[in-house]
Design a protein around this ligand. Sequence first.
Ligand SMILES: Nc1ncnc2c1ncn2[C@@H]1O[C@H](COP(=O)(O)OP(=O)(O)O)[C@@H](O)[C@H]1O
Ligand SMILES: [Mg+2]
Length: 303
Amino acid sequence: MTETAHLESDTREAERPSDEFPIVVEGLSNVFGEHVIHDNLSLKVRKGEILGVVGGSGTGKSVLMRSIIGLQQPASGEITVLGHRMGDSTDEEDIDLRSRWGVLFQGGALFSTLTVGENVEVPLKQFYPEIDDTLRSEIARFKVRLAGLAEESAFKYPNELSGGMKKRAGLARALALDPELLFLDEPTAGLDPIGAAAFDDLTRELADTLGLTVFLITHDLDTLHAICDRVAVLADKQVIAVGTIPELLALDHPWIQEYFNGPRGRAALCAKEDVAMKHDAPVAQDGSAPGASSMNTTTESGA
Ligand SMILES: Nc1ncnc2c1ncn2[C@@H]1O[C@H](COP(=O)(O)OP(=O)(O)O)[C@@H](O)[C@H]1O
Ligand SMILES: [Mg+2]
């Protein structure tokens, strides 16, 4: 498959005005030496969605994210973010634009010599130097709480935090400037399943309450099922398909089938159905869900 599969959700896109797509990538190519990473890649991210971005290791997910936020100069192609064409804005527009997104890089990338609160203050200092010290540290502590950490965490150093707490600290920093767009590069990698699920819930909640558009690179099938509105699949140097998981499953691309329909993909789907059934199950007066045990049996035997 060389062209993006035309799914139902794509057809509807044609009718939408362009301000409904805060991120538009058209004909993107990225080349390192003789290594072609992207070749004529196109992708549109809808306003307010959590878009999951998947693809084999080394397919260029992080490079795509870096291109969108202007850290990677593409060989060719056009990238428009929040209505601004990347690469030809003035310095001032550039600064304005960079204050409208937040990024959690793969690995977190906190400054180890700064406390969590000071880490969150870095972008505040950079973009709003006029804010006084007291207010700035107050804003930082608020962001720390927003990311689901106790306020005391603001005074800790990264090496005093667990993996999950580091991710939340990175998220707090990404939220420092009240961004419209949030870029997350493999945020749940390295977390245990409970920590990963909690981070997913937080991402969904923040996206909904703050009205964020989220570009979420992930390997985590549970994350895709739990919180992503649509999923973009990177393969063969392009985005070969974008759609909901059921829409993607209807395609017969071998990587997509292997990924979503392989043993891990099916286990993730069962886990999601199990959660959905528990939510939907009528609750008796004593609080127990009638038939819950038989549903569990079904799920276990089906997994
Ligand atoms: N700055 C760079 N210079 C040269 N090669 C790079 C650079 N950044 C990434 N690459 C290569 O581009 C490919 C895609 O990388 P990346 O986007 O990090 O993959 P992933 O999909 O795992 O995030 C890899 O082969 C990587 O080695
Ligand atoms: Mg990567």
